[in-house]
Design a protein around this ligand. Structure first.
Ligand code: NAD
Ligand code: DAU
Length: 349
């Protein structure tokens, strides 16, 4: 039986990747290693947690000794590394957590793989990264895999560092690696600190929707299931040492996106049209706020035959429905209720 280690599997994107892999590969053992920070929660995986090929491990990727033991206990064939601190605003407030998890944690995993996989060449370390490493675009152009790195926030700088280290371990030590850099994801299970779930939550509770600056910043939105499908495909068919950009060809100015969301929410909540828009509140801009991200996905489309499967209208409608039907999830994650539950079940970290 093959064994795949997925880090950060209790988080937003990781939970969708785990569900796909468990369902599509019943003969593969999936180890989900996650520290369960504020962003990770096992409720995201309730429907598959009893699967015989699924095994959860609560651990920190900063614990190098544990990683070494894990690789001794299991013959691990591949790693899909998603565990990270992922929120730009938190990186501005507290960069060290990002340096530790995103850089040192990634190096711990690379060292462990290097040590365990010495003479074996049928292994793969897959690093999940972000388009933010490329910096900010003006009104024209798209990020390609050749775009020079120009990270501008502590988060993107930490992800750029980890990308460089992954490539360095490939070139220096011959570690088999693959990487992908993806645009903004949205969908079920995203922690409500990120723009879309935060806005949905605030609209439900008739609270102000904070829009940074003038709302002119542009992001390229991709439905999380389409990212998870790309990850599974790259893990199976991506060329060793190669990088793939993943995006939605779906650029939205923040303010236009929020106005669209307000209209959808008024309809779903049967509120008078225009009710939610009144909640829009322009607030102080994010420090160093990147103006525009947009991805050229030509390589993954041409080489691996991937493309997004849902339109933004479909994805957003499904996302809104999910949050409306999972208000308890939203209440739990925002109240920290899961954290005390995990502490009781798995001990203090
Ligand atoms: P998330 O914050 O929802 O989840 C991160 C997960 O990692 C959580 O389950 C958390 O508990 C776990 N984790 C954090 N620190 C850990 C540590 N030290 N040890 C073990 N586990 C730890 O993040 P996400 O949005 O699902 O992003 C996943 C990955 O995808 C990240 O690497 C991120 O940089 C990348 N990415 C995200 C997006 C996006 O739009 N969300 C886009 C492109 C790339
Ligand atoms: O591009 C990929 C990246 O997308 C991922 O690597 C990150 O992990 C992910 O968090 C996301 O980063 P962003 O900073 O783009 O996402 P966020 O949802 O925080 O913000 C989206 C845009 O909305 C951005 O221009 C800032 C703005 N914003 C955000 C929040 C939380 C607001 O105007 N108001 C808000 O309250």
């Amino acid at each position: 039986m093959k064994t795949i280690l997925i880090t950060g599997g209790a988080g937003f994107i990781g939970s969708h990747v785990i569900r796909r892999m468990i369902t599509n590969s019943p003969d593969t053992r999936i180890l989900n290693l996650d520290q369960l920070t504020y962003a990770g929660n096992l409720e995201n995986l309730k429907d598959i947690e009893a699967s015989p090929n699924y095994h959860f491990i609560r651990e920190n990727i900063l614990n190098a000794a544990f990683l070494e033991k894990l690789f001794n206990d299991y013959e691990i064939d591949g790693v899909i590394h998603l565990a990270a601190e992922s929120h730009v605003d938190r990186s501005i407030a507290d960069p060290m957590a990002f340096i530790n998890t995103n850089i040192v944690g990634t190096v711990n995993l690379l060292n462990t793989c290097r040590g365990a996989w010495k003479d074996k060449n049928d292994k793969l370390f897959y690093h999940i990264s972000t388009d933010e490493v490329y910096g900010s675009l003006g009104s024209e152009g798209l990020f390609t895999e050749e775009t020079a790195y120009d990270p501008r926030s502590p988060y993107s700088a930490s992800k750029a560092s980890s990308d460089h280290l992954v490539r360095a371990y490939h070139h220096t030590y011959g570690l088999p690696v693959v990487l992908s850099n993806c645009s903004n994801n949205y969908g079920p299970n995203q922690f409500p600190e990120k723009l879309i779930p935060l806005a949905i939550n605030n609209i439900i509770h008739m609270k102000p929707i904070p829009v940074y600056g003038k709302g002119d910043n542009i992001r390229d939105w991709l439905y999380v299931e389409d990212h998870a499908a790309a990850i599974e495909l790259i893990f199976r068919e991506g060329a060793e040492g190669r990088t793939y950009n993943i995006g939605g060809l779906n650029e939205w100015k923040n303010i236009d996106l929020i106005r669209l969301l307000c209209r959808i929410m008024d309809e779903k909540l049967e509120r008078v049209p225009g009710t939610s828009e009144k909640l829009i509140t322009f607030v102080k801009d994010r420090a160093g706020h990147d103006l525009r991200y947009a991805i050229d996905s030509t390589r993954i489309e041409a080489e691996l035959n991937w493309k997004p499967s849902v339109t933004f209208e479909q994805g957003l409608a499904h996302t809104v429905e999910w949050y409306l039907h999972n208000r308890e999830w939203m209440e739990h994650v925002t109240s920290g209720a899961y954290q005390s539950y995990y502490t009781t079940q798995y001990g203090e970290r």
